[in-house]
Structures are given as C-alpha cells and as structure tokens.
Ligand binder design. Sequence first.
Ligand SMILES: NC(=O)c1ccc[n+]([C@@H]2O[C@H](COP(=O)([O-])OP(=O)(O)OC[C@H]3O[C@@H](n4cnc5c(N)ncnc54)[C@H](OP(=O)(O)O)[C@@H]3O)[C@@H](O)[C@H]2O)c1
Length: 287
Amino acid sequence: MADSAYGTFAIGGDMTVDRLGFGAMRLARNGMGDTDTRDPETARAVLRRAVELGVNHIDTADFYRSPDGTVLANDLIREALSPYPDGLVIATKVGPIFGPQGPTQGTASELRAAVEANLAALGLDRLDLVYLRIGWRGPPHGESLSERFELLAAMRDEGLIRHLALSNVDETHLAEAQSIAPVLAIQNLFDPSNPDEVALAHRAAEEGIAFVPFGPLGSGRGSARDQAYATIAQRHQATTAQVALAHGLALLRNTVAIPGTESLAHLEENVGARSLTLTADDLAALS
Ligand SMILES: NC(=O)c1ccc[n+]([C@@H]2O[C@H](COP(=O)([O-])OP(=O)(O)OC[C@H]3O[C@@H](n4cnc5c(N)ncnc54)[C@H](OP(=O)(O)O)[C@@H]3O)[C@@H](O)[C@H]2O)c1
C-alpha cells in the first residue's frame, strides 16, 4: 500500500483497507438517474489504475448498472481485476429491488438472489462485506430491518458472506441489527449539520465500526463548503476535491472514503488526497 497521511482501517479487525478507497457506482453510468452508458473500457482502465495506486477497497452493488441494464459495475470489476490481488476488499450492497415502479424492499428470496447475483458477477465464493441497504432517499426511521438482517446473518453463517454492514440507517436500526449479528461498517449520506448523523458516526468510531460516507465529493454536485475547500486548496497547491476528501478522513479515525469516478484524471487526483495533511488551522476554518 502506498504511503498515506491517513493510514488504514481494519474493517472487522481483519480486513485492512487504505482509508481512501473507490466507489464503483459511477462506472456504468454517472449516477443512478443518468441516462447514458459510460465506456466500459475506460471503466476497466480506471479500476486497474486504482489498484495500481494502492486502492484496496472497492464499493459496489449489483444494481450499479447502465440504464439499459447491460453493463454492470460488478462485471467490470471482475473483468478488470480477477484474479483479485491479495488484500483487495470488495464491499457490496443488497436491499433495494429495482422494478418498473422504482425500488422496493423486496422479498426474502429476492434478497438471497441479490447476494447470489453479486457472488456470480464478481466471480467469488464469499463476499467480503455486504451492506443491508434500507429505505430509499433518507433513513426509514421506525422501519424494522430484523427479518432482512437475520436472512443475511444466516447467509453469513453458510459461508457466503464474511462480514455484515448497514447502509442508510439510524441508531435504532444499528441497535436492532446488533442484537442479531455484528455490524462492521455503516454507509450513510453523512451530513455534518445533522446531529443524529454526527452521533451515529461517533458511536461507530467508539465501537470500532467503519464509517463510510457516500457522496464524499457532494455526489458531483459540490457542497456548501466548496468555497472554504477552495481557499485551503490554494494554500496547499491541492484541489477542492482533495481537500474535501482529506477533510472527511481527518474528521474521524474510522472514516473510510469511497469517492466515485470514471475518469482517470479524477481518480489520480482523488487518490492524491492521501498525501494531503490538513493543518489545525485548516480544520478550524472548516468546523
Ligand atoms: N449506500 C448508498 O446508498 C450509496 C449512495 C450513493 C453512492 N454510494 C457509494 O458511494 C460512492 C461515492 O458516491 P458518489 O459517486 O455518489 O459521489 P462522489 O464520490 O461524491 O462524487 C462522484 C461525482 O463526482 C465526480 N468527481 C469525482 N472525482 C472528481 C474530481 N476529482 N473532481 C471533480 N469531479 C469529480 C464524478 O464524475 P466523473 O465520474 O466524471 O469523475 C461523479 O459525478 C459510489 O460510487 C457508491 O459506491 C452509496
């Protein structure tokens, strides 16, 4: 692994990842609502270069597909990287089932089928990390996840999954899941102005759970902090995106970033954030 100002995090104590990873959602299309298919050859080149640069944590899902469903992020990952290098952690998500009416919760058999589809497309006998992703836009407060998490726990006991995780959840969901099986990562849209999200991220840090904020670059839409990031970037001869990523990593020791891109230039830039150390003054200006 290349030198990094932010080091590594051991997910579950036994899957050590560089804290700057890679999100695969942008490989087949630029976000779930985009109507264009991206170039598979470029996507495979980005994946290979990411691993060359020391990325050893890739976040994916079976539902990261082109608009016509023919190009799958999981296929691109297998084609570009299999046989996988030692130590590469591939995390995936199951939960939403996409039908003509949009995403639904799906049945138990659909959840199992989603795990099996990930195994087949990635060419694996066991998935490293599987998030149960619930709700759609925001965390579905008050919705029980027990039945679905029990099913995933059973698949873990069968040997199909190494570690379990949650996505788009609140603290009540975390407690509910932990009464069934250990939760080793949480992937939420982190909003530092939302006290509930901050409390959840801190609880994760206290319990040694990886906190994986999605959209670490504002999902391509930028963020309210961009002007402040740009000012700091100028001082460090860095870019706004690099400061945004370094800030996320500096906030909490259990944060693992998964910026997504299908651009080789953006990939190089994002991985470059590993060598950017923000000063106490920078962090104070951003607080
Ligand atoms: N659990 C969930 O519900 C959930 C939801 C959303 C995402 N995710 C995960 O989180 C990952 C990251 O989320 P995300 O892709 O939505 O957001 P993001 O990483 O914040 O932003 C990606 C967007 O920023 C652009 N970009 C990337 N690097 C850039 C740079 N250096 N300069 C300028 N623009 C840049 C990308 O376009 P280009 O491709 O053109 O560079 C893309 O449009 C996803 O890949 C996925 O694995 C999970």
